[in-house]
Design a binder for this molecule. Structure first.
Ligand SMILES: *Cc1c(COP(=O)(O)O)cnc(C)c1O
Length: 478
């Protein structure tokens, strides 16, 4: 394993040397109050520039990335990020722009934001979109704040949000953070919201139903129109977690399905690099009725000039410093323009085709709990393999021996030993076939000799971590 950069430190090594400034040397004590002065030396590693470069390049080579390996991490939409996105985001006028430079000097960047708002509204079938939220979960949080303010203004005291048991963990977390009680609705044998149970849960206490469609099993909710009808009849808002938009964009919209509030993960569907914590972007869109609640500012256009529009009378306010993660907007907008309307639709269709191809081939060797046509992803269970002594975690590790990033494992939690596989549209038939062959080989190895799979050399710097110890006694400091 790579040592920390501190361990490579050699006293007095330097990356750069500054020549003297020519200014008078004033002792620090004369400039900085005593209580603000550091007592001990600052503990920084001492290295040459080349040491630092090698250190970080070698660290990066120990990583998996979509630019190096197949990365079928379900729910995360690890599609290829076209490099033209980066080229345009690096244009001086975009990269060097400053949020304080004022509207008159920001018309180009604001036009891009305006056009992106408009494009996202069309893609989602929403009336208006705010680009403020910094990630999907942040979009959910904004959405829940909108729900809350909307009912407060109506004088209705609704305290609960219905969320399916297959939902991403951020859904209940966002609802709880806004003070809501979460009511779980179970999935039926077809991996979809159980309509009868949902009907039983409906009451005047329910503020919203949060759904993902297709859901996290990769299955399209066939009753969605019925569900939205029930919601409307009972004055309940319908929230769309847009993380799976890559299955439906250009084909249908959350608006057509009857949703009132939507977030979009630009870093998933619209091909901006993600993983490792960001930056992301999670614009939130709403129906006409809720437009006045959006987080401000939006970018408006008066026919002559773009302006930051704070004039939303019921706004939940500002939820991000300045205007959102602008660099991500440039990448997403570039992607949308490059793809065009037909291209986005084709991307969804190919994503769905690729997932169904993998599903049909892999269900010969792995348990497929919901054997229905899938959308852009599907969920297998490692139950058969576990019975033979190898759990899903070990299968995930073994995949890395073949230079394949494992799928999402142990989520969604309603499937035991789950493996959530999302190939995306950007992978070739050869890559998919290679994945199929590797998965089949691993299934064969497990049948023949489970111990060999468990003992297999894992190429990663850390072979198998002791997960229990890692959780109970985390070492947080080098
Ligand atoms: C990724 C994801 C989220 C959260 O989005 P972030 O951008 O990671 O905050 C929410 N729901 C689902 C289904 C997701 O896949």
């Amino acid at each position: 394993m790579e040592k920390t950069i501190y361990k490579n430190s050699v006293k007095a090594k330097r990356g750069i040397k500054f020549s003297g400034s020519g200014l008078e040397d004033i002792p620090l004590q004369e400039l900085v109050p005593e209580n603000c002065l550091r007592q001990d030396d600052l503990n920084l590693p001492e290295l040459t520039e080349l040491d630092v470069i090698r250190y970080f390049i070698n660290l990066s080579r120990q990583n998996f990335s979509v630019d190096t390996t197949f990365y079928p991490l379900g729910s995360c939409t690890m599609k290829y990020n076209p490099k033209i996105n980066e080229q345009l985001a690096a244009l001086e006028g975009f990269a060097e722009t400053h949020p304080e430079q004022g509207e008159d000097y920001s018309q180009g960047t604001m036009e891009l934001m305006y056009e992106l708002q408009t494009a996202l509204a069309e893609i989602t079938g929403m009336h208006k979109v705010s680009l403020q939220p910094a990630a999907g979960a942040h979009g959910e949080f904004a959405g829940m704040l909108i729900v809350k303010k909307y009912f407060e203004d109506k004088g209705e005291n609704r305290t609960k949000i219905i969320i399916p048991d297959s939902a991403h963990g951020t859904n209940p977390a966002s609802a709880m953070m806004c003070g809501y009680e979460v009511v779980k609705v179970n999935s039926n044998s077809r991996g979809q919201v159980d309509l009868d149970e949902l009907k039983r849960l409906i009451s005047n206490d329910i503020a919203a139903i949060m759904m993902t469609n297709p859901n996290t099993l990769g299955i399209f909710e066939e009753d969605i129109l019925e569900i939205s009808k029930i919601a409307k009849e009972n004055g309940i808002l319908l929230y769309y977690d847009g993380a799976n938009l890559n299955a439906v964009m250009g084909i249908t919209t959350p608006g057509l399905m009857g949703f009132d509030i939507v977030h979009v993960n630009l870093h998933k569907t619209f091909s901006t690099p993600h993983g490792g914590g960001g930056p992301g972007s999670g614009p939130v869109g709403v129906s006409k009725e809720l437009a006045d609640y959006l987080p401000v500012p939006l970018v408006g256009f008066n026919g002559e000039k773009y302006y930051f529009d704070y004039d939303y009378k019921n706004t939940i306010g500002k939820i991000k410093p300045y205007y959102g993660n602008f660099g991500i907007f440039v990448r997403a907008y570039t992607y949308i323009l490059m793809m065009g309307k037909d291209g986005l639709k084709k991307a969804s269709q190919d994503a769905v085709l690729n997932a169904n191809y993998l599903k049909e081939k892999l269900k010969e060797d792995y348990k497929l709990p919901f054997d229905l046509p899938c959308m852009h992803e599907f969920v297998l269970s490692g139950d058969f393999q576990k019975e033979q002594g190898v759990n899903t975690m070990a299968i995930a590790k073994r995949l890395m021996d073949f230079d394949i990033h494992p799928p999402t494992v142990y989520f969604p939690m309603i499937v035991s030993e789950s493996m959530m596989i999302e190939p995306t549209e950007t992978e070739s038939l050869e890559t998919l076939d290679n994945f199929i062959n590797v998965m089949k080989q691993i299934a064969g190895e497990i049948k023949e000799s489970p111990d060999r799979v468990l003992d297999s050399r894992v190429k990663t710097p850390v072979s198998r971590v002791d997960e229990v110890a890692a959780a109970r006694k985390p070492v947080l400091k080098a």
